[in-house]
Write a protein that binds this ligand. Structure first.
Ligand code: IMP
Length: 191
C-alpha cells in the first residue's frame, strides 16, 4: 500500500512510470482542502444557487469533488479551452474549443480552474464570461503556481500554492496522460 505522501514518507506511485516525480499534494490533503473550500462557498453563497463552470479538461476531477462539497442547490456547465497543445509551455493563445450551454445572464457564476500558471487563460476566460452579464463572477482555482503570474487576477478561492515544477495528476495531464492519478506529483520527463 502506498504511504500517504503528506507524511513525508517514501511514496509508491500507483502507476509504474518513470515520468512520475515526487508527490506535491497528496490525496488526503486534496480531500481536506476541498472540504474547506466547499464549506466556504456554502457559507458565502447562502440564498443563491451558483453555476459552477468547469474548464475542461484539467478541472474535471476537481469540479466533481468540489460540487459534492457544496451544500447548496447548484448547476454545472462545461467549457473547453486549449492553451498549451501537447507541450508544457504556455503559448499565451487561448481558444474556446467547446462553449457553454447555459446562458449566464443574471447567474452567480463560479469559474472552476485546475491551475493558474501565467494567468493568461484565466484573464481571457474572465473577460469572456464577464461580457455575458452574470450577476456575479468568482474564481475557484485548485492550484496557483507561485511567482509565475503575468496578470493580476483576483482569485477568491484557492486550494494550494505550489512551487514552480510542472505537475501531473488529479485532472492535470502531460500529453493527455496521468489525469487519473488521485494525487498531484512533479513531472520528470522531457518538456
Ligand atoms: P496559464 O494560462 O499559463 O495560467 O495556464 C493555465 C493552464 O495551463 C491550466 O489550466 C492547465 O491546463 C495548464 N497547466 C499549467 N500548468 C500546468 C501543470 O503544471 N500541469 C498540467 N497543466 C498545466
Amino acid at each position: 500500500m502506498p504511504t500517504d505522501p503528506a507524511d513525508g514518507a517514501v511514496f509508491v506511485h500507483h502507476i509504474d512510470e518513470p515520468a512520475l516525480g515526487p508527490v506535491v499534494v497528496g490525496e488526503e490533503q486534496i480531500r481536506d482542502r476541498i472540504a474547506t473550500l466547499g464549506d466556504e462557498i456554502t457559507r458565502d453563497y447562502q440564498g443563491r444557487a451558483p453555476l459552477l463552470i468547469c474548464v475542461l479538461k484539467g478541472a474535471f476531477v476537481f469540479m466533481a469533488d468540489l460540487a459534492r462539497a457544496i451544500r447548496l442547490p447548484l448547476e454545472v456547465d462545461f467549457m473547453a479551452v486549449s492553451s498549451y497543445g501537447a507541450s508544457t509551455k504556455s503559448s499565451g493563445v487561448v481558444r474556446i474549443v467547446k462553449d457553454l450551454d447555459i446562458d449566464l445572464t443574471g447567474r452567480h457564476v463560479i469559474l472552476v480552474e485546475d491551475i493558474v500558471d501565467s494567468g493568461l487563460t484565466l484573464t481571457y476566460l474572465r473577460r469572456n464570461l464577464a461580457a455575458r452579464q452574470p450577476a456575479s463572477l468568482d474564481v475557484c482555482a485548485l492550484f496557483v503556481r507561485q511567482g509565475n503570474q503575468k496578470t493580476q487576477e483576483e482569485l477568491r478561492y484557492v486550494g494550494f500554492e505550489i512551487p514552480p515544477a510542472f505537475v501531473l495528476g488529479y485532472g492535470l495531464d502531460v500529453g493527455e496522460r496521468f489525469r487519473n492519478l488521485p494525487y498531484v506529483c512533479e513531472f520528470q520527463g522531457p518538456a
